[in-house]
Ligand binder design. Structure first.
Ligand code: XLS
Ligand code: MG
Length: 346
């Protein structure tokens, strides 16, 4: 199996979830943050990603001084365990103030709440030692188009991003596109939209993106192509690998669980673009199945990392010379079969 030295791995506390879904309650008792942190290194992971209220629970009930104090305490713990913070992300989809959107809410007070919370999240990231602010724009969209207008919403997003860029000269905004869910339609559905909006900000070189496999699939796009497109701009700063079985709710399935060929192609483009050589992490934004027993609670993370490393091996052992010759002959049937048999193993 490929040595993990060329890739560093990451997950978030929310990836060790309790199994509830819209049609049923949890099937596993909640684990403590301490327990989740303790599993990370055992699984061969290097970093944890944090929503602002993962780092500072009940953040809305705390003063700035309390928030910064708790962030410093967390930083001390992470340093003690040799765990890096990969990113921070404002969780702008739970609070009552974001019921009608965060940065694009029709209520100016709610827009201000979202911006203030994002600036605090940047301060938390500074303390935890990461310059990456991930912006999954969960509620920036509509249930019905007549409630908002997309041009104004895009302008409001740019204004919010500019306030974050002005707040801290080092922060890098990593927009995580997703076409829908929870919204009926989201405003930044693909990597193309994310990189286009970046160009409208005051400092486009500090606005990049995060790609999630499932979100590309929900947009009817190929994750490998989205990765390659983003790498063309040098702006893939984080990555949530997982899988998705068609157009439905976001499944956050283990990497390779539905489409091994697509997973192989994602790894192949990451290899080709030397993703990770500039300090980027491979994060798995995956959830256990609802049926998963407590004793198998970490398998989805361990399996995703194992699959990734085995596909790194498959990518490195792929007969590139033979494939180049088949491409030169435009013999794509043979190339197709060659990939299939390579993945099936001898
Ligand atoms: C949800 C998003 C979320 C972000 C982190 O679909 O993928 O998990 O990545 O808040
Ligand atoms: Mg994600």
């Amino acid at each position: 199996m490929a040595k993990a030295h060329s890739y560093k791995f990451c997950f978030g506390p929310w990836n060790i979830s309790e199994g509830s879904d819209p049609y049923g309650p949890t099937t596993r008792p909640a684990q403590t943050f301490d327990w989740k942190l303790a599993q990370l290194k055992k699984l061969g992971f290097d970093a944890m990603m944090f929503h602002d209220d993962d780092a500072v629970p009940d953040i809305d009930s705390k003063s700035t001084a309390q928030i910064l104090k708790q962030a410093k305490e967390l930083k001390k713990r992470l340093d003690g365990e040799g765990i890096a913070a990969e990113m921070t992300a404002p969780r702008l989809w739970f609070a009552p103030q974001t019921v009608d959107g965060a940065y694009t809410s029709n209520d100016p007070k709610h827009r201000q709440y979202a911006i203030d919370r994002s600036l605090r999240c940047i301060d938390i990231g500074n303390i935890l030692g990461t310059d990456l602010l991930v912006l999954w724009l969960a509620r920036e969209g509509t249930y019905l188009r007549e409630a908002k207008n997309a041009k104004r919403s895009t302008e409001l997003l740019v204004q919010a991003f500019d306030k974050m860029l002005a707040h801290d000269k080092k922060v890098r905004l990593s927009i995580e596109p997703k076409p829908n869910e929870p919204m009926d339609h989201a405003y930044i559905p693909t990597i193309g939209h994310a990189l286009a909006v970046a160009q409208l900000t005051h400092d486009p070189k500090r606005v990049g993106a995060l790609i999630e496999s499932a979100h590309c699939i929900l947009a009817g796009l190929d994750p490998a192509d989205e990765i390659d497109f983003c790498m063309t701009f040098g702006k893939l700063w984080s990555l949530h690998l997982n899988d998705q079985n068609g157009l439905k709710y976001d499944q956050d399935k283990p990497f390779g669980s539905t489409n091994l060929r697509s997973a192989f192609n994602q790894v192949r483009v990451l290899e080709r673009n030397k993703y990770g050589s500039r300090g980027e992490y491979v994060c798995f934004d995956v959830h256990p199945f609802r049926t998963t027993k407590v004793e198998h609670w970490l398998a989805h993370l361990d399996n995703s990392r194992r699959t990734f490393l085995k596909l790194v091996e498959k990518s490195r052992s792929f007969d590139e010379a033979k494939s180049k010759q088949l491409i030169a002959d435009r013999d794509y049937q043979a190339l197709d079969q060659m990939v299939i048999e390579h993945l099936l193993g001898k």
